[in-house]
Design a protein around this ligand. Structure first.
Ligand code: B1M
Length: 226
């Protein structure tokens, strides 16, 4: 990455932290003109800015109104970036098309990261059924019975709702469906250790890693059938 691009990326992060929508959209366009990948823009400065905004909220410098405004600006930037993210993700095809049911778990309405993961998985050639946000275990179970997915993917950004993932996995077990699906989790409130502890089959830190994880599970499934 050359110095000019580095500077533009830093400026983009600053503009989003400052909630300057016009500046964000202009810099996104400028970076694309410089051939920076859309995935790099979204997972780099835009995501880093959202983390920073979260810290400002924790410190009492920003309030819910600012978090909402940041989410709106992020979504505006996504309107420019999404078509390019799709074409970039299309280069990451898995061995076998997987059917994935995805949702943000009960009590949690954060949808930006989950939607990004869903968009990239779909563009990478997988079939994605997005259950939206605030999804309880009954809805996940009904979706497993209805769509017979290979994978259930759960997202949680709140520490409180991440705990609910454990309950969902237990309910899937109780319904006798655990051996029918792989369960993967992600979102800022989760870690690899947490995923292992609750008995998930995989965890990913971001959307690109989520595509790699699904592709790995897809290759394993393909090999098992050979
Ligand atoms: Co909220 N919020 N928020 N928020 N919010 C966080 C999550 C927080 C960390 C901020 C902070 O204090 N630092 C904090 C949670 C603290 C905690 O529990 N540990 C918090 C809080 C406290 C709250 C409320 C409780 C505030 C309140 O009302 N008092 C409230 C809860 C509402 C609810 O859900 N019930 C709330 C509300 C909101 C808004 C609605 C205002 C808004 C969300 C708007 C929306 O989503 N439509 C909002 C926002 C914007 C944030 C922050 C600032 C940004 C989240 C985001 O969009 N990031 C966030 C700060 C932070 O995350 N550090 C914060 C960008 C996005 C691209 O990243 O979602 O992490 P992310 O997704 C990544 C990866 O995590 C991963 O891939 C994605 C892309 O790379 N990933 C997966 C995500 N899901 C995956 C699933 C997978 C795999 C990977 O499946 C396998």
């Amino acid at each position: 990455m050359n110095e000019e691009v580095k500077e533009l990326m830093n400026k983009l992060k600053e503009c989003l932290v400052d909630l300057d929508k016009e500046c964000v959209l202009n810099l996104v366009k400028k970076l694309l003109e410089k051939n920076v990948s859309a995935i790099e823009i979204v997972l780099g400065p835009l995501s880093e800015a959202m983390e920073e905004i979260g810290k400002l909220y924790e410190d009492g410098e920003y309030f819910i109104a600012e978090l909402m405004e940041a989410a709106e600006i992020f979504k505006e930037a996504m309107k420019i970036l999404e078509p390019l993210i799709k074409s970039e993700s299309a280069k990451m095809r898995g061995r076998k098309k997987m059917r994935i049911v995805i949702g943000t778990v009960k009590g949690d309405i954060h949808d930006i990261g989950k939607t990004l993961v869903a968009v990239m998985l779909q563009a990478a050639g997988h079939e994605v059924i997005d259950l939206g946000v605030d999804v309880d275990s009954k809805t996940f179970i009904e979706a497993i019975e209805k769509y017979k997915p290979d994978i259930v993917a759960m997202s949680a950004l709140l520490t409180t709702t991440a705990r609910y993932m454990c309950e969902i996995i237990r309910d899937i077990e109780k319904a006798g469906l655990r051996d029918k699906v792989k369960i993967i989790v992600g979102g800022a409130a989760t870690t690899k250790e947490f995923a292992e502890k609750i008995g998930a089959d995989g965890w990913s830190a971001n959307a690109i890693e989520a595509v790699k994880l699904v592709n790995k599970l897809s290759a394993e499934k393909d090999e098992a059938h050979e």
